[in-house]
Ligand binder design. Sequence first.
Ligand SMILES: [Zn+2]
Length: 423
Amino acid sequence: MNHLDCKAKLLERFFRYAAVESQSKAGGATIPSTPGQMELAQLIKGDLDDLGLIDIKLTEQAILTAKLPANFPQGYAGQVPPLGFLAHLDTVDVSISPVVNPRVVKNYAGGDILLNKELDIWMKASEHEELLKYIGQDLVVTDGTSVLGADNKAAIASIMVALEKLTANPSCYHGDIYVAFVPDEEIGLCGSKTMDLADFPVAFAYTIDSCEIGEIVYETFNAGSVMINITGVTAHPMSAKGVLVNPILIANDIINHLDRKDTPEHTDGKEGYFWVNRLTASQNAAEMNINIRDFDKNLYEARKIYIADLVKLISARHPKAQISCEIKDTYGNIADSLTTESRQCIDYIYMAMENLAITPKLIAMRGGTDGSALSVRGIPTPNFFTGAHNFHSNCEFLPVNAFEKSCLMVVEIAKLVYEKSRR
Ligand SMILES: [Zn+2]
């Protein structure tokens, strides 16, 4: 498969997967949260079958797994660790259209890109300086009314074309490769949290879920969510003295004990934060959600203790109110799950980039990936680039050259894991 073929195959698959609406929906009671994700999983399942993969399994939750068996030279009896690649089926719901109509801007000449003539929607070069890097290249763009969903369908296409490359070339040796496609990443990593790891028995895995070419992510937040319920005492204000306990003011007390600078809007880099992101309240009761984020595990644990202590303090101040607090861990920092031995999975990313002449760009991600959920569950899973820019925006775009490199990373890592194990 030469470069032209590879790019054509990537685009063909990307457009086919993009045509299936698969936005996830927060607050849904089921996994997958939307039927489109199952529809997409079924389409990919057929494609995996065509490629000759084995042990293909699609669960009721739209978790799709399959295996490409090892391909070794005749008589080879060495051990090669099984590796995995994982991508998510859902696209994000940012309250714009779920229907994606991508198109290719051939040979981008610089300047603004008219995304939608009818609605007069532009991607302005002045607002998107990253465009300048791609003058003379082909770009996949949206019609301005939706995200592109390169997050994460570019990854799905990359994995599928990489499998195609590996199966088409008998002299390309590799160990067992497992692939997984999971739903509902955007609404809390639900698929990777619930998948049965017996169907994904790998030593380590990769997600392909960050942006620009070269990006590597193996540090993510430790993340927790806090739910606080407050029940007060209602009374008519005419006879309220010494009786009424106002849950709204108690909620306010709690918020006042949080540092106003220790918030998402005042932090960046590796700083953590508290994010009060929901408060519903009435005369009788209040309910509040706070997200806790920190890269450092100890600081993260300290933040949990701070909240628990704060709720005790406020409870003591308002003995007639009932205040409960539940703190849950949602995902962990990938870096914390790496051991001296499993750090190898990171080395493979750097080696593959060197072989492909890609400049690595290490990023600490102020969020989580499916890899954060898998790493906590015992599978070290770093993340590398799709090649796209502006995830979660109608200005999301995918440079085709970078897209191809993302696909080649999959092939290269598969080869490297075999070659390095042989020694
Ligand atoms: Zn994603």
